[in-house]
Design a protein around this ligand. Structure first.
Ligand code: AN7
Length: 330
């Protein structure tokens, strides 16, 4: 059999993951995402800004890093089905890796509150998608209760294998920069990813960046549906991780978040989903010294949320196929 050209995250970091020689690796080629300099943002903010582009993962979000490990362990342990509650990206990722593993996936989504692209992914990938009458927080509580019946394994970030996989993003940043950045900024929804980065940097033992976890000032109502989470499942561990790294939580308005979303797209060519712009929005408020090196984790792809584009950008004009008419409006 031909060997794969790109190493899975599990293979690359096997010695630092809870994998045995017999663990079957369920992979779609996740990880090894670009770390891109952001020259225009850097100039405007007077900082040295880098973007960890997690939208480049197989299902378009950082969730794939954890899902490869969660599904690999589920198969190893002989589990028969997986379940998650999700604002959309966990569901898309769980659906993809469950399909890859040959297991059924059940996803619980807050009704009417998941971006179109994510819903399309979960459906196309064959998950059983249930729209829960209620919030994400209520859907998560229901998923946890369901797993007590033993039929499904929970693949939300409360599953410890999820964080194990997600910590590898810190290893990649260290490989690329040769040292930790002064600051690592990321969106703060449930807080699993913040915990995972803290774990990764601590395990690598090469020094810690200050973690800046950026949340919406209107958690329950934000336009950034990915982080529309009222009570973060990992709140106390996030607080401890921030204390250990000298970091902080920053709150941003939807206006600031959407302005950062536009800047990432139009100044740097990175089309992310709205929630993923939170770290960039947070930089303005974090009061960092001139020239500070910051890595912003850009967690999800813009194609996930076409309705956001519809709301936030002017529609295209319609013209005749006539060069004069086109030149007149170009
Ligand atoms: C693009 O998919 O909670 O702080 O159910 O999709 O680790 O929760 C997604 C969260 C940031 C927040 N950026 O990360 C889900 C879900 C994007 C996200 C977050 C999410 P955490």
């Amino acid at each position: 059999m031909a060997s794969p050209t790109s190493a899975s995250l599990a293979e690359r970091f096997r010695d630092r993951l809870p994998l045995g020689p017999e663990t079957p690796i369920v992979t779609l080629g996740e990880g090894s995402t670009p770390l891109l300099p952001a020259p225009r943002l850097s100039a405007r903010l007077d900082l040295d800004v880098w973007l960890k582009w997690e939208g480049a993962n197989p299902t378009g979000s950082f969730k794939d890093r954890g899902m490869t490990i969660a599904l690999s362990k589920a198969v190893e342990e002989g589990r028969q089905a997986v379940v998650c509650a999700s604002t959309g990206n966990t569901a898309a990722s769980a659906a993809a890796y469950a399909a890859r593993a040959g297991l059924p996936a059940l996803v619980l989504q807050p009704a009417g509150a998941v971006a179109l692209g994510k819903l399309a992914q979960a459906r196309a990938l064959g998950a059983r998608v249930l729209e829960v009458r209620g919030s994400f927080d209520q859907a998560l509580a229901a998923a946890r209760q369901l797993t007590e019946r033993g039929t499904h394994v929970l693949v939300n970030s409360l599953n410890p294998y999820r964080l194990e996989g997600q910590k590898t993003a810190a290893f990649e940043i260290l490989e690329e920069l040769g040292e930790p950045p002064a600051v690592l900024a990321l969106p703060y929804g449930g807080g699993g990813n913040t915990r995972a980065y803290a774990m990764g940097f601590e395990e690598a033992d090469a020094g810690l960046p200050r973690l800046v976890a950026v949340e919406s000032s209107r958690r329950a109502e934000t336009a950034a549906s990915a982080i529309r989470i009222s009570s973060p499942a990992h709140a106390s561990e996030v607080e401890q991780a921030l204390a250990r790294t000298g970091g902080t939580v920053v709150q941003v308005s939807d206006e600031a978040l959407l302005e950062a979303w536009r800047a990432l797209a139009q100044e740097e060519g990175i089309f992310c989903e709205p929630a993923s712009a939170a770290p960039v929005a947070g930089l303005a408020q974090a009061q960092l010294a001139k020239g500070t090196r910051v890595v912003c984790v850009i967690t999800g792809h813009g194609l996930k949320d076409p309705e956001a584009v519809e709301r936030l950008t002017p529609p295209p004009l319609t013209v005749d196929p006539d060069p004069d008419a086109i030149a007149a409006v170009a």
